[in-house]
Each structure stands twice: as structure tokens, then as C-alpha cells.
Design a protein. Structure first.
Length: 334
């Protein structure tokens, strides 16, 4: 059994320029994941960590108590190290510049959605943590600026997620494939369980909030109807599976083959998901596993961000399925 720590050390030689800093960041994420996992598993017993926090985040969404806890846990894990110069979270309006001398000399910044799908916590549905790591573009030794965070997804040096479900898994890429590690609480170790994950080129699952169907663009509506057609000779109909937690839906589709869609709609004319915290890291993982991710027109990883909390439509998963929905979007423009 190979642990996450052993795997990181083994692969460190692939990144001599990192000099162990990237490994240190992944170790901090590993520690934060253990702490968050512990409290999520206690959520049904310790009611003080369930429910609303009584405030809204910058997105205008009601924060859960565990949202706040996860944000503080991850921020503290990075602040305690000298590998990270700055940190941005979906739960904070502005980025955080770690302004001690040791942090100003760090080469990396991290963006995160601390607790994706947190609205499901109270009903014991799988949730997750998403993270994205970049090399800063401003001079080392100076405080980080917004420019460091507004980089296209193609510039990511690592990205991944932790899914807290029937088992807890940490899945990540550093640009050389995707690997998954399952947490063994008995010995407190993430062990390599899914080596070199590959998304099937085609799949049988489509994941979308069909309750918003009437608000979707015409091409997406046509694609959903296509998925529902009863033509067994063409492998139709497909199966609809939607949890409402991006990490959970993405994880299932990556292993089994499928497409996840969150298009723009009247409530979210630019899409709902955040480009920097959700779309970019998942797109990097998808591409490294042989899949594809777009906003319906462009490759997600090629989009130049203009805002810290920028939103985007999102289509990700098996390559043939993403290409098929593109065909419908082009054929039926609004």
C-alpha cells in the first residue's frame, strides 16, 4: 500500500524546480482534509456545526457553519507553511496575501472552494473540497497582487479535490495524469487506490439540474432531449444522475463515463459556477484524465479571467459527450 506522502515524495523528482514547495502545499491540503473529514463525520452528532452561519458569502449565498469552518481550516493550514504567498477562497470577497517575510518569498498561490455542495451537509449527502495551485507571476519577495490570481487555467501547476462520501478520497493532478487516494481512518493515511485515472471516451450518464430546464439555452434543451431518446441501437437513452455537489457528480462521471452540465440560464446569465474555484481545477483534472471541459464554446483552460469570482457556464466529462453537446449548441443558437 503506497501512501499519499510516499507518492508525493516519489513524484517530486518530476518537478526539480519546485524544490519540495509543491509537495509541502499538497501535504497541507492533506492535513486540512483530515480535519474537515473529522468534523463532517461528526455533523449529525454535534449540532453546533450544522445549519446556517447567519451570513452570506460574496456570492450572495447563505453560508453554512461548515463552510466557514472549512475556509478557516484550509487558510490556517497554508498560513502555517512558508510555501504559499497568497490564498483566495470562494467564501471571501478578496484574496488573502500572507504578508510575513517567509510567505512573500513563496512561489505559489492557492485558490479553493472549501466546501463544495455544502447545502447538502444537513441531509448527509456527499460534499467536497476543490483546490487549484499556480506559480505567482509577480516578483518573489513582494506581496502578491490580484494579477497572481487572474491566470488562465492552463497555467495551473496542480489541482484536485477531496470528496467526503461513503469513503473520503483525495484526487489530484500535477500535469502528469490523475491519481486518487482513499483515506483509511484507522491509520490516518491516504492510500493510493485509483492510479492513473482515465475518463471513458464516451459515457451513459448525463448530470444536470433538469428543474432549470426551461431556462436553459435552446441547444442544451435539444441535447437533453437527445439524451432521453429511446434508441437502443445508438446507446440511447442515457441515464440521468444529479447529486447537486459538483465534486460528487464529477467524481462519479470521471470513473464511469458521463457529462456534467451547468449552462447559463435566466437566473445566471453568465453561468453559476465559479471559473477560478470550480471550473478551472475540474477542467485541468478532466483534461489530464482524457476528458474535456468547455463553457459551451471555448476550452475552459484557455479563458482569461477578469474577476476573482467570475462565473462561467460549464460542460465537463467524457470527450465525445462534450463534443456532442457542442454540436447541438452550434446547431440551435438562441
Amino acid at each position: 500500500m503506497k501512501s499519499l506522502g510516499e507518492f508525493i515524495v516519489e513524484k517530486q523528482a518530476e518537478y526539480p524546480h519546485a524544490r519540495g514547495n509543491l509537495s509541502g502545499i499538497l501535504a497541507a491540503i492533506r492535513l486540512a482534509a483530515k480535519v474537515i473529514n473529522r468534523d463532517i463525520n461528526r455533523a449529525g452528532l454535534v449540532h453546533e456545526i450544522l445549519g446556517d452561519a447567519g451570513a452570506e458569502n460574496v456570492q450572495g449565498e447563505q453560508q453554512k457553519k461548515l463552510d466557514v469552518f472549512a475556509h478557516k481550516t484550509i487558510s490556517a493550514a497554508f498560513f502555517a507553511r512558508d510555501d504559499v504567498a497568497g490564498f483566495a477562497s470562494e467564501e471571501e470577497e478578496n484574496f488573502i496575501a500572507f504578508d510575513s517575510e517567509k510567505n512573500r518569498n513563496a512561489k505559489y498561490i492557492v485558490l479553493t472552494d472549501p466546501l463544495d455542495g455544502s447545502s447538502n451537509i444537513d441531509v448527509n449527502v456527499s460534499v467536497g473540497t476543490i483546490f487549484s495551485i499556480y506559480r505567482r507571476v509577480t516578483p518573489v519577495g513582494t506581496p502578491v497582487t490580484l494579477e497572481d490570481f487572474l491566470q488562465p487555467g492552463r497555467a495551473q501547476v496542480a489541482a484536485g479535490y477531496v470528496v467526503y462520501g461513503s469513503s473520503t478520497m483525495l484526487v489530484y493532478t500535477t500535469g502528469n495524469g490523475v491519481n486518487g487516494f482513499t483515506y483509511d481512518p484507522g491509520i490516518g493515511v491516504f492510500a493510493l487506490s485509483h492510479e492513473n485515472i482515465r475518463i471513458p471516451e464516451d459515457g451513459k450518464i448525463y448530470s444536470v439540474n433538469e428543474g432549470q430546464y426551461l431556462k436553459f439555452p435552446q441547444g442544451v434543451k435539444k441535447y437533453i432531449k437527445y439524451c432521453q431518446e429511446d434508441r437502443p441501437s445508438e446507446g440511447l437513452p442515457l441515464t440521468s444522475r444529479y447529486i447537486g455537489s459538483l465534486v460528487s457528480d464529477f467524481h462519479r462521471n470521471m470513473l464511469k463515463g458521463g457529462i456534467y452540465m451547468y449552462p447559463q440560464g435566466s437566473n445566471y446569465p453568465k453561468g453559476k459556477l465559479r471559473l477560478l474555484y470550480e471550473c478551472n481545477p475540474m477542467a485541468f483534472l478532466a483534461e489530464q484524465a482524457g476528458g474535456m471541459a468547455t463553457d459551451g464554446e471555448r476550452n475552459i483552460l484557455d479563458i482569461q479571467p477578469t474577476e476573482l469570482h467570475q462565473r462561467s457556464p460549464f460542460f465537463v466529462g467524457s470527450k465525445k459527450m462534450v463534443e456532442k453537446v457542442h454540436d447541438f449548441i452550434r446547431k440551435y443558437p438562441d
